[in-house]
Every structure is written in structure tokens, then in C-alpha cells.
Ligand binder design. Structure first.
Ligand code: ADP
Ligand code: ZN
Length: 632
């Protein structure tokens, strides 16, 4: 028997017992155990419950699922959810089942007996939600099946898959327009975390009627702390970061190459952390196992190429680290967005270097893309690099890229916590540009800096660069400062790598104004990468939402791991970290008190309430015992 049929047998009998309220607030409290709607949720839910169509744009972790799950329960009939990924469907069905909701899935991973069972349950009106893969939905037999039964709504998840410009294009999504023709009276709600205008317009055109309302939530992720530093000894920097703030936490480390994911995982493992690689070169079996372990175990680190993460709904990823640059702002936002879906504090951490910029720019230039495409990619990369070098609060800079205004400073990024100093680098920049020009636009940073500093090296003698007017004109700054200037000029597009890929620098297309003195330039002074532990622990004070050193926290996590193992579900399906943390904080002593806690719905209360209270009681007992034995 496979997992899905387990889900079904657990689900079916409850459906008949659960006639749901049509009041969204009551459903939120009773079924999901939450006190209040977030952001736009309430407005969206009301609109869909009233039978209207909607486009929902919310960031990852914003709470899209409730926007259709609550109307699914409030409205008569079964809600049909279209989702492109089997893993996503399975996760949501597991989570719903755990809240006592009758949900099932139809996709190609099921055996035919399970399929028939699910279809029968659907025909019987026993299902509150039915998740279907798009190709399955589009079969004539499925459409007919749906026509024969009352439907609450259609939810089209990951609706950006309809966009041919995006990375996740799914041709079947283009055909979902058929829903409007065949089911004109059933409300459709399309949801995505991709916000750009072009994708938005495509979703509206292909998937929704003209009168659909658009709801846009802020794309800010306030619980994510953004930190970007200079690469020095990257693996040691990573290790220090994890050991200081993320012992026993789940995290993702993104690396550029397959080899590097393996080396990094081995390195972390050799230092006592649990880490596994994930990349396209592993066998399907290995990839599945590693991904599964990441989802099901607490505190595992995955070192991955970007192939990892899509379709993973794990809410308690506490950090996302980049050992190499992502290729655009969109990619950065998406990859870092996999941290902290549960709303608890999480880190987006990155280190990068001049060499990284050279490498990624060269790859871009040498790719087979058309000139227009290359220009677009170059602009995207430059936006990211400018963001990296940004000297004030990162949040407005990040959100501005998605056309969202952010007022003030966030207090939760590296630049807010430890403001970098800036300096007027106009003169220094012009010296670098002249040096690049005078030496013939083919030398790398090391040589250029030697020339500026007036060093007597073999290369300088060989090329006669000690005769140039730029020789020795930069003695007022040290080597590190000059490297920093070169890196930032490259990041800002005032310099570019030579197309041959030998590491040489050429004048960038944007450097004219600077050379002519028509523009001034402020750059950030590099922080020398050093131990930052001291400053760190103070800045962490406000982030004590995770009570990692409390005995009841440890005990509840152990209990949860065991319970999840028994049932073959990920621990967060039982209770999220946020819920456990709230329990630790509140120390409830009765079922009523426990019911008040966010994330404890009625179904989970019945199923786990006593167990949780027992765990808390036994922690109290052993505390009392040890106090007695130490005093007696
Ligand atoms: P998305 O699909 O937008 O990435 P999810 O629907 O998975 O986000 O929700 C992210 C997390 O936030 C989930 O753990 C969910 O249970 C939780 N959540 C959603 N809405 C609320 C709410 N109103 N109150 C508390 N938690 C919520
Ligand atoms: Zn900030």
C-alpha cells in the first residue's frame, strides 16, 4: 500500500463528520488553529467565498494556500486545486489531512486502485479538496467527471507556469482556459509568488476572466535577515556562520558547481554538521533520498546547485547561504525566499568576490545567447551586483526591483545592523579607469593595482608600464582598497571583463561620464572580513523567537520527531516550529489553554493535545526532581 492510499483511508470517514461552517474566521480558528488572517487573506477569502474570480500575488510563505483552502470549506462542493508538482500536492494533502480536512490527490504517481478509490470518494461528495496535475485535469474523462459533480472553486497554484518567459513554463497551463468554457460559473483563483508585470498580464489573459480582481501583497519578507559579505575563506566563513547561529537548523547552501556542492557537504560533515549534496549529476534515487531526508529530518543541510528547492514547501528552513552569486535579482529573491516560510527568524547569507563577478560575467558573454538576450542578462546581473555593493538598508533596494516602495530602514539587514562607511571614490575610480586604458585594456586586477601602487615587478618592467603616466599615482590607498574599487567598478558596469576570458579588464560602456569628471561616485569601504561573533550575539537578542536552549523545546521536538516517524510524515505536518515555540512560551496546563495557541486546530488538539501536555508535565517533573536533588 502506498502513502496516498493511507492518506485516503484516514481521510474518508472524517469527511462525513465535518460539515463546515461558512464563516471564514471560524474556519481559520477551528480547522487551522490560527487567530487572524494575514495581509490580504481576509479580503481574498471573502471575495472567493462570494463566488468571484481572483488573481493572488503573494510572496513565498505569505499564506497563499489558505486563500483557497478556506473558501473550499466554506463553499458547497469540492474544490479542485491544480498544481504542477507531485511533491507539492502531497505536502498539502498531508497537512490538510492532519487538520481533519478531507483532501486527496489525482496524478500519475498513483496506482489504479487508489485512483478509483479517489474518484469514487469525489463522486460521493466526500472530498473537500481534490488536487489534480494539469495534464490529468485536461483529459476529457476528467473534465466530464468534474462536470458531473458540484464544484466549490478552481484554484490554479503556481500560476506563473503559464508564462513562456519564465523558468517554470508548463505548456498544459496554457490550455487551462478550457475551465472558463466548461465551468463558467465556478470561481477561479490563480496564485503565484512571481510578481513581474509581464507574467501577471499573461496569467490574467490565459487563466482568468476579465472581471477577476487582482490582490497584491507586499513582497517583503520581514523575518529574513539579509547579509552579504566579501569572500575570504568561504568555507570557513560558512562554517562560522552556521556554528554561530544555526547549529541543528535546516538550511540550504547554494553553490555554482556540482563538485563544489559535494566538497562543501563533505567539509561541513567533517566539522560535525549533517550535510548532503544535491545536484543534477546524482542518480534519481540519490536525489530523491536526499530531498526526502531534508524534508523529513530536523537540522539537515543541503548543499545544492540551483536545481534544488523548486517545489519544496518545507516551512522551517532557517538559513539559505550562497557561496556563489545567483544569476539575477529574481533568482536571489526566489532562492533566499525558501528560508523562513513559517515566519520565524531566518537568514539569507552570501559571500562573493571579484573573481566571482569575473566568472559569471564571462560565462554570460561566452554563452550562445543572442546579443539582445545577453544585454538583458547583463542588466539583470548588474542589478544584483549593485544590490550586493549597496551601502544602506538592503530592503528598499531589493523591493524596488519588484516595483515596491519600502519606507525607512528595516533594522534586520547587515547594513542596518552595522552600517558600512562610505567614501567619495570619484578620484580613485578615475585613476583605475585611466590605468585600465593606458595599459591597453587587457590586464587583470592584480597587475592594475601594482601599476597604481608603483610596484617594480617583472611584468611591469617587461611591458614598460613603469614609464606610463599612471605608474605610482595611487600610493594614497592600500592594495585592499584598490581591489575593492576595481570590484565595485566592475559590479557597477564601469569596467567589464575582456571577452577572451583571461581575466583582463576593459572600460565598461558606462564609464564615460566618470572619466570626464561629469559624475561622482560614492563607494562603500570594505569591512575587513573578521570574527564577528561579538557583535552578532548582541544583535541576535531580538530574535529569541526560537527557544533553542529550553528543555521543553527539546522535549517537544523529540516527541514530534518520533510521532512524525511513526506516521511517515515530515515533523512540521504535526506542528510547525512556530507552534512549538508558542507552546513553550505559554506553557499551557489544560486542553483549553492549548487550544488558544496559534497552529493548534480542533483536530490536532484532539489528536495530540494530551500527548503535548504530558511532555510538558514530565519536563516540569524532572526539573523539580533535579532541583530537589541539588538542594537536598
Ligand atoms: P505560500 O504558499 O504563500 O508560500 P503557505 O500557504 O504555505 O504560503 O503558508 C506559509 C505558512 O504560513 C504556513 O506554515 C501557513 O500555515 C502559515 N500561515 C498562513 N496563513 C496564516 C495565518 N493567517 N496565521 C498564521 N499562520 C499562517
Ligand atoms: Zn535594513
Amino acid at each position: 500500500m502506498n502513502q496516498h492510499s493511507h492518506t485516503l483511508t484516514r481521510t474518508m470517514p472524517q469527511a462525513a463528520l465535518a460539515p463546515y461552517s461558512s464563516d471564514p474566521q471560524k474556519l481559520l480558528e477551528d480547522v487551522f488553529g490560527y487567530q487572524s488572517f494575514r495581509g490580504q487573506q481576509a479580503r481574498i477569502v471573502d471575495s472567493v467565498v462570494a463566488g468571484k474570480h481572483a488573481l493572488v500575488l503573494m510572496p513565498t510563505g505569505g499564506g497563499k494556500s489558505l486563500c483557497f483552502q478556506i473558501p473550499a470549506l466554506a463553499r458547497a462542493g469540492t474544490a479542485v486545486v491544480i498544481s504542477p508538482l507531485i511533491a507539492l500536492m502531497r505536502d498539502q494533502v498531508e497537512a490538510l489531512t492532519h487538520n481533519g480536512v478531507a483532501a486527496a490527490v489525482l496524478n500519475s504517481s498513483l496506482d489504479s486502485a487508489t485512483q478509483r478509490e479517489t474518484e469514487a470518494a469525489f463522486f460521493d461528495g466526500q472530498l473537500d479538496l481534490l488536487y489534480i496535475a494539469p495534464e490529468r485535469l485536461l483529459r476529457e474523462s476528467t473534465l466530464r467527471m468534474l462536470e458531473g459533480t458540484p464544484l466549490a472553486l478552481f484554484a490554479i497554484d503556481e500560476a506563473h507556469c503559464v508564462s513562456q518567459w519564465g523558468h517554470d513554463f508548463r505548456p498544459e497551463y496554457l490550455k487551462l482556459g478550457v475551465l472558463g468554457e466548461r465551468f463558467p460559473t465556478v470561481p477561479r483563483i490563480a496564485l503565484t509568488a512571481t510578481a513581474d508585470e509581464r507574467t501577471r498580464a499573461e496569467i490574467r489573459r490565459c487563466l482568468l476572466p476579465a472581471d477577476a480582481e487582482t490582490f497584491i501583497d507586499s513582497f517583503d519578507r520581514p523575518n529574513i535577515r539579509y547579509q552579504i559579505g566579501l569572500k575570504n575563506r568561504p568555507r570557513d566563513q560558512l562554517l562560522e556562520f552556521i556554528k554561530a547561529d544555526h547549529r541543528n537548523h535546516s538550511g540550504i547552501v547554494y553553490c555554482f558547481s556540482r563538485k563544489k556542492t559535494e566538497q562543501t557537504a563533505a567539509f561541513l560533515s567533517s566539522h560535525g554538521l549533517r550535510a548532503l549534496p544535491y545536484h543534477a549529476g546524482l542518480s534519481d534515487q540519490e536525489r530523491r533520498t536526499h530531498q526526502d531526508r531534508f524534508i523529513r529530518e530536523d537540522g539537515l543541510i543541503i548543499c545544492a546547485t540551483i536545481a534544488f528547492g523548486m517545489g519544496i514547501d518545507k516551512p522551517d528552513v532557517r538559513f539559505v547561504a550562497h557561496l556563489d552569486l545567483p544569476k539575477s535579482m529574481e533568482a536571489y529573491y526566489q532562492e533566499t525566499g525558501r528560508a523562513g516560510r513559517d515566519g520565524l527568524p531566518a537568514d539569507a547569507w552570501m559571500v562573493y568576490s571579484l573573481a566571482d563577478i569575473m566568472q559569471i560575467r564571462q560565462l554570460l558573454e561566452q554563452s550562445g545567447a543572442s546579443d539582445g538576450q545577453k544585454r538583458l542578462e547583463r542588466e539583470r546581473l548588474e542589478a544584483l551586483l549593485a544590490y550586493c555593493e549597496h551601502a544602506s538598508c538592503r530592503r528598499p533596494a531589493l523591493l524596488d526591483y519588484f516595483d515596491e516602495a519600502y519606507e525607512g530602514e528595516c533594522g534586520n539587514c547587515d547594513n542596518c545592523l552595522k552600517p558600512p562607511t562610505t567614501w567619495d571614490a570619484t578620484e580613485a575610480a578615475r585613476k583605475v579607469l585611466s590605468c585600465v586604458y593606458r595599459t591597453g585594456q587587457r590586464f587583470g586586477a592584480g597587475h592594475l593595482v601594482d601599476v597604481l601602487l608603483g610596484k617594480s615587478t617583472d611584468r611591469i618592467a617587461r611591458f614598460g608600464h613603469d614609464e606610463l603616466s599612471v605608474f605610482g599615482i595611487g600610493v594614497e590607498h592600500d592594495k585592499a582598497t584598490w581591489h575593492s574599487v576595481v570590484r565595485q567598478l566592475l559590479a557597477l558596469g564601469h569596467l567589464k571583463p575582456d571577452p577572451e576570458g583571461h581575466g583582463g579588464m576593459m572600460l565598461g560602456d558606462d564609464c564615460r561620464d566618470l572619466l570626464r569628471g561629469e559624475m561622482s561616485l560614492t563607494l562603500r569601504a570594505d569591512l575587513r572580513p573578521k570574527q564577528r561573533r561579538g557583535s552578532r550575539s548582541t544583535s541576535r537578542k531580538s530574535r529569541d523567537d526560537i527557544p533553542s536552549d529550553s528543555p521543553s523545546w527539546e522535549a517537544l521536538r523529540e516527541w514530534r520527531t518520533a510521532a512524525a516517524g511513526e506516521q511517515g510524515v515530515p515533523p512540521y505536518v504535526i506542528f510547525h516550529d512556530a507552534t512549538l515555540a508558542a507552546i513553550v512560551e505559554a506553557q499551557p496546563e489544560s486542553m483549553d489553554e492549548l487550544a488558544e495557541i496559534s497552529g493548534v486546530g480542533q483536530h490536532k488538539l484532539k489528536r495530540y493535545g494530551e500527548l503535548v501536555l504530558n511532555v510538558l508535565a514530565s519536563v516540569e517533573e524532572s526539573k523539580a526532581e533535579s532541583a530537589e536533588s541539588s538542594s537536598g
